[in-house]
Design a protein around this ligand. Structure first.
Ligand code: NDP
Length: 292
């Protein structure tokens, strides 16, 4: 029997609908500012996708495209200006940045109230504090929030279940663990130093794989009936000269898992939809001080 396929699009549509319904209630349309530097084609295409989704959700968006040679003081000055601008509600620094720019320092320069990526240390700390829970409207990283929204959309139970996250990056693995913990799962985080990875992942009722390794997760590493979320995205050679997209989970896992996200069409659409909702949440807090 094949796994139930958890398509991301319907869950992403629901997040975008929520973002636009909340946006129209505000006196000003939420305004997202995207800052990018250099010529990296991936960064360019991510920014275009985010602007398109901002349009769909009824948000305003502005792009600051800076040359490869932009200096740290120049970028810090721009961020300071955006922080002070009451008409800007969300600031996103698009990665990858040119190598000479210190990413963490720039992320820390963003006003935490406008930090729609949820990468500022204050927001990271808030995510790990116990009081808020996963539904608390703080600014947390978009991919983990999107994954939780996907699980909820398909009514996959999380509370009281064993969740395993493969990967401990600041962008996906760690915040994913915090979000699942906030949703009352019992969480284990695996990484490269984990011994007998398969023994750990076979414990999971909910398995989130964000390792950045094509087909790392094979059927023998998955508990029969588990819900498997594949965050990985890889372009691998297909037939002829075509590149095709695949994830961290081997396609044959569909024969073992109870539910599985596809790649493409799984987690991808949720990340950008959640960014729009984060921008609306940020705007709600800045426009109505009582919501802080
Ligand atoms: P990173 O490379 O920053 O982190 C990968 C993590 O996986 C590390 O913690 C690493 O462990 C762990 N890991 C790598 N190989 C293994 C292994 N063989 N066994 C166990 N753990 C392993 O990647 P990201 O978190 O940024 O991204 C992960 C994947 O998700 C990528 O494919 C990326 O493209 C994709 N992605 C998709 C998004 C989406 O919207 N769908 C958004 C963001 C990312 P260690 O710490 O020990 O090195």
């Amino acid at each position: 029997m094949g796994a139930r396929i958890l398509a991301g699009a319907p869950a992403a549509q629901a997040i975008l609908a929520q973002a636009s319904q909340r946006a129209v209630k505000l006196p000003d349309r939420p305004h997202l500012v995207l800052v990018r530097a250099g010529t990296d084609p991936a960064s360019l295409s991510y920014v275009r996708g985010k602007q398109r989704h901002a349009d769909i959700a009824g948000l305003r968006s502005t792009v600051h495209a800076l040359p490869e040679s932009v200096t740290l003081p120049e970028l810090l000055a721009l961020i300071a200006t955006l922080n002070a601008d009451r008409d800007v509600h969300g600031i996103l620094i698009q990665l990858p940045l040119p190598a000479h720019l210190p990413v963490a320092l720039l992320q820390e320069a963003v006003d935490p109230r406008k930090d729609v990526d949820g990468f500022h240390p204050l927001n990271v700390g808030r995510l790990w504090t116990g009081g808020g829970g996963s539904d608390h409207p703080l600014l947390a990283p978009c991919t983990p929030l999107g994954v939780l929204a996907l699980l909820r959309h398909y009514e996959i139970p999380v509370a009281g279940r064993r969740a395993v996250v493969v990967g401990r990056s600041d962008i996906v693995g760690r915040p994913m663990a915090a979000v699942l913990l906030g949703a009352d799962a019992t969480v284990t985080v695996a990484h490269r130093q984990t011994s007998d990875l398969g023994a750990v992942t076979r414990e999971a009722d909910v398995l989130v794989v964000a390792a950045g390794q094509p087909w790392l997760m094979t059927p023998d590493m998955v508990r029969p009936g588990a819900a498997v979320v594949d965050v990985g995205i890889h372009r691998i050679p297909g037939d002829g000269h075509q590149l095709h997209l695949t994830g961290d989970v081997h396609p044959e896992v569909a024969n073992v898992a109870g539910a599985l996200t596809p790649v493409p069409g799984g987690v991808g659409p949720l990340t950008v939809a959640q960014l729009m909702l984060n921008t609306v949440i940020a705007a709600e807090r800045q426009i109505d001080w009582r919501a802080v």
